[in-house]
Design a protein around this ligand. Structure first.
Ligand SMILES: [Mn+2]
Length: 403
């Protein structure tokens, strides 16, 4: 059985106010040609199809058109799609009966799910077991497990249960391949590409949860955007995002072609081209001392303005940049191919006790109310206390929002 594995498309993402539509089309064109060349029996999309739970009409049209086009391209190609944490499970799954006509299986949610006294789960397994057929016979199965809190809490039990259920089926045979798809974070995976605030929220699973589950030929994971064989285990992979979703994802993106034959799994990473690169300009400094001052950056800016790229600037500065300085930067980009995506300022290190502008830890930030945070940002930006009048208004807004 041949599988093409991809994940984390994030259709509809707006990146610093810029639409990614052209990049998705560019990726879809590449994927189409890869499918023509590789001729997989099944395409597995391991979650985060859309960037938001309420994708726009444009995003939905892009997705529907592409999947239908793939299906028309090769009527024998099966497509299995699971939801990720970014997707709306019910929205993704709503057209499920229609998709079946196109050989597409979408699993957005696990049905009739309850947790039993011993921590086990009760659910409709048959919905998750997708048979892959060839010449009229079943050659393998995709266990299409969508993103789900209970699965994350009982992963090994869950996949064990799925496998034993699968094996109890009349149409299951030992020589059939088994691919387990999931959208979750495995501990010790390479989390390059995820910013610190996301890492804190990842509920991570031990790799033993999966290695101890026998008879799975390939684990097709989504969620971590850096493509990898997890801890070097060849048949346990994150396909990664198809192009950079954030500035941290400045690495080669890819899909995985997996060949399972006589109980052996071989996977090949197929690199993708990135239509619009991301540029840290000048290169990302490690500290204030490494960074270049405003005037120098402005002088050098012309070097990259005519390249179609997302640009983030890094500037060494004593004080926060003024409105005039920031506006001058934004104006420099106008009428050029390069797209301005913000400025990272590098301030000189403060002596201890000089804590007004000190960087707060994530925990400290989480403990602050929106009101406190707002006051602190004001203080940092204008170097003085927020005026009482403004404080009063801001407090009212915060209270209203909390309600
Ligand atoms: Mn994702």
């Amino acid at each position: 059985m041949k599988v093409l594995h991809t994940a984390d498309w994030h259709i509809g993402q707006i990146f610093h106010n810029y639409s990614r539509e052209e990049e998705h089309k560019f990726f879809f064109d590449q994927l189409k040609f890869i499918i023509i060349k590789e001729k997989p029996d099944v395409l597995v999309v391991s979650g985060d199809v859309f960037h938001t739970a309420t994708p726009t009409i444009v995003s939905q049209r892009l997705y529907y058109n592409f999947i239908v086009e793939l299906s028309r391209l090769d009527a024998d190609l099966q497509i299995v799609i699971i939801s990720g944490n970014h997707d709306s499970p019910s929205r993704l799954e709503a057209p499920r009966p229609l998709w079946e006509a196109f050989n597409v299986s979408v699993v957005g949610m696990i049905d009739y799910q309850t947790v039993t006294d011993d921590g086990g789960l009760n659910f409709d397994a048959s919905k998750i077991e997708i048979p892959i057929t060839k010449d009229g016979g079943i050659i393998g199965w995709v266990l299409a497990v969508p993103y789900n809190d209970n699965v994350v809490k009982h992963a090994s039990e869950f996949y064990e249960m799925l496998l034993s259920h699968l094996k109890s089926r009349d149409d299951y045979a030992d020589n059939q391949c088994v691919v387990a798809a999931g959208h979750l974070a495995v501990k010790n995976a390479d989390i390059r590409g995820h910013s610190a605030d996301i890492i804190g929220k990842l509920e991570t699973l031990d790799i033993q949860d999966f290695t101890e589950v026998k008879d799975v030929d390939y684990w097709a994971f989504g969620h971590i955007h850096y493509p990898q064989a997890i801890k070097g285990i060849e048949n346990m992979r994150y396909a990664g995002s198809p192009f950079p979703i954030s500035f941290n994802e400045n690495y080669e993106h890819s899909v995985v072609s997996v060949n399972i034959e006589n109980g052996k799994t071989e996977s090949t990473v197929i690199p993708l081209k990135t239509l619009v690169p991301i540029i840290d300009f000048p290169s990302k400094p490690s500290s204030y001392d490494d960074a270049l001052p405003y005037e120098t950056v402005m002088m050098q800016l012309f070097e990259i303005l005519d390249r179609k790229a997302y640009v983030r600037l890094h500037i060494q500065t004593e004080k926060p940049l003024t409105q005039v300085e920031t506006t001058a930067i934004i104006q420099a980009f106008e009428g050029h191919e390069a797209m301005f995506c913000g400025i990272q300022s590098y301030f000189p290190e403060k002596a201890e006790g000089d804590d007004i502008q000190s960087v707060k830890t994530l925990r400290e930030l989480k403990d602050m109310s929106p009101f406190e945070l707002g006051c602190s940002v004001y203080h940092k930006k204008f170097d003085k206390e927020m005026p009482e009048e403004l404080k009063k208004m801001f407090k009212e807004v915060c209270e209203e929002a909390e309600k």
